[in-house]
Design a protein around this ligand. Structure first.
Ligand SMILES: [Zn+2]
Length: 140
């Protein structure tokens, strides 16, 4: 079982929560359906990434609010530049945070609901056994 720290590090690095090697994304916004290394299917059930959308929206809008609200509340700063910068940020940040919101959701979900052997395909089990053997060789 992976520790929360390991899972969060894999999440921040946009890596597979199961093996830590495969990349989650093949493009800026294009997520792989399976891990290219261990072949684990990332979407564990239909609608799996709905929670990541909520995380994305909340974090993005909190960041915009943390930036724009103090500026807007300051009477010495004109409101127009704050709006010109803040409004596009509110639209842009959810796109920029999209990969990490999904990967952090995967990390949190894998911590709260660890994998059971029934979820793993034969390819995934084989890749994980191969990875474990490689780690043993690294130690020697
Ligand atoms: Zn993997």
């Amino acid at each position: 079982m992976n520790t929360l720290t390991t899972l969060l590090m894999r999440g921040l690095l946009l890596r597979c929560p199961v093996c830590g090697r495969g990349k989650l994304f093949s493009g800026l916004l294009k997520m792989n359906k399976q891990c290219p290394y261990c072949h684990f299917t990332f979407e564990r059930e239909e609608g799996y990434f709905t929670s990541s959308m909520a995380i994305n929206l909340v974090v993005s809008e909190l960041l915009v609010t943390a930036f724009a609200l103090p500026l807007a509340a300051n009477p010495g700063i004109p409101i127009l530049p704050v709006l010109v910068i803040g409004a596009p940020l509110a639209l842009l940040l959810p796109f920029l945070f999209f990969p990490h919101s999904r990967s952090l959701w995967l990390a949190m979900d894998h911590y709260m609901h660890p994998l059971n052997r029934g979820e793993l395909s034969a390819d995934t089990i084989e890749a994980l056994q191969h990875q474990t053997e490689e780690k043993r060789l690294d130690v020697l």
